[in-house]
Design a protein around this ligand. Structure first.
Ligand code: ATP
Ligand code: AH0
Length: 362
């Protein structure tokens, strides 16, 4: 087994998640500890500005370089803090996702910022990064990449079974009765609700679903939101954080509470509409959306079968994505696939990622 640290900077822009995971690229051994380091509000604002301008920005633009430098140093701090928390264990490799600024698989473009060389120099540990480019170059969506990790975790579970990650964007993995894995992004997660809450309350999210639980869903607006062509597409499919940005103007005439209720219902309805080949007997939920009781109530009302946070399986739902990139870094080192036709639409199962620093197996 190799020891990996996975690092994820998600679409919510809330900070860096870091987790230790032990794996041979197939089985998952010990997991944890994990931690999250928030971004300073000023860095978050600069990242948000780059997200808005990403389609016209070049990777060499000074403002991109500055943000990349700052966020990489924050990742190095996360590695150091995690190693301290874990009692300075041996670490073979870091899986460094970086921050997605733009994701346009149809244009064969996906862009994650993060300076792998700098992270390697700061930590002295080999770094695997740029996980999505090879998939996109071979006709895939470049996302979601969590399905191989989800499938490894679900190995002992009764099938069909699903994991839903509700981050900024939501994605689902189905492990079918035949052991095959199917996946796609489903639609919005928390990002729209975060943006709405920020406009109306100045807070970074609708904390504990307080706004949404005080509002009414506007059924007409919800129907209009669900008429987006994305929902008619078959899986696999993926999204950019900004894909549903128009939704904010579609709810702009509603009160803060009704807008939040409608956006939360949009997240739920989009998950329920995921084009999966089988109906899972259980849906295990991870990502920040687990902490929003309005979303969790909505999912329990809309989805057939068991709906439970992954915490009920003894897993840490806030650390899963970071663990995932530790797991995928090891698979990349071993040349194993990290995506497949059923997960990203890539032509053939494909490995990915690029390594910086000495190969731990060399
Ligand atoms: N107590 C809470 N109440 C409501 N929402 C919460 C709470 N705690 C976390 N969240 C939501 O979870 C989000 C963070 O989720 P998560 O860390 O899974 O996102 P991410 O990893 O950035 O996204 P992605 O999976 O899309 O990359 C926050 O932006 C917020 O919307
Ligand atoms: C392009 C990109 O960064 N996509 C993220 C985002 O956040 C959730 C969803 O959209 C998913 O497709 C993906 O992240 C997870 C970790 C994935 O690749 O599985």
């Amino acid at each position: 087994m190799l020891h990996a640290i996975g690092l994820m900077s998600g679409t919510s822009l809330d900070g860096v998640d870091a987790a230790l995971v032990e794996t041979d690229g197939h089985r998952v051994g010990a997991r944890g500890p994990s931690l999250s380091l928030p971004y300073a509000p000023a860095l978050r604002e600069r990242m948000r500005d780059l997200l808005d301008r990403a389609p016209t920005l070049s990777a060499d633009a000074p403002e991109v370089r500055d943000v990349e430098h700052a966020l990489t140093l924050r990742h190095a701090e996360a590695v150091q803090a995690l190693r301290e928390k874990a009692g300075h264990p041996h670490v073979d490799v870091i899986g460094f996702h970086g921050q997605t600024l733009l994701h346009q698989p149809q244009a064969h473009r996906t862009w994650q910022v993060g300076d792998a060389e700098l992270l390697w120099r700061e930590t002295g540990i080999a770094v695997v990064h740029d996980f999505r480019s090879a998939d996109v170059a071979h006709g895939g969506e470049g996302a979601p990449l969590a399905p191989f990790y989800h499938a490894a975790l679900l190995a002992g579970q009764e099938r069909p079974v699903a994991i839903v990650n509700i981050g900024g964007v939501s994605n689902v993995t189905l492990l079918g009765t035949d052991g095959r894995v199917h996946a796609c992004d489903t639609g919005p997660g928390n990002a729209l609700l975060d943006d709405w809450a920020r406009i109306h309350t100045g807070h970074p999210c609708d904390f504990d679903g307080r706004l949404a639980s005080a509002g009414q869903v506007d059924a007409d607006v919800l129907q209009a939101l669900l008429s987006d062509p994305f929902f008619a597409r078959p899986a696999p499919k993926s999204l950019d954080r900004q894909s549903f940005h128009r939704a904010l103007s579609m709810v702009s005439h509603l009160s803060a509470q009704d807008g939040a209720a409608t956006l939360a219902a949009f997240t739920v309805a989009a998950i329920a509409a995921a084009p999966l080949p089988q109906v899972p007997r259980a849906w295990y939920i991870c990502g920040g959306g687990v902490h929003n009781p309005v979303i969790m109530r909505g999912l329990r009302a809309r989805l057939p079968g068991i709906v439970a946070p992954v915490g009920e399986l003894g897993w840490d739902g806030d650390a899963l994505e970071a663990e995932c990139f530790g797991f995928l870094a090891v698979r990349a080192l071993l040349g194993l696939p990290i995506s497949a036709p059923e997960t990203t639409g890539v032509r053939l199962p494909l490995t990915g990622g690029r390594i910086v620093g000495a190969h731990p197996r060399a």
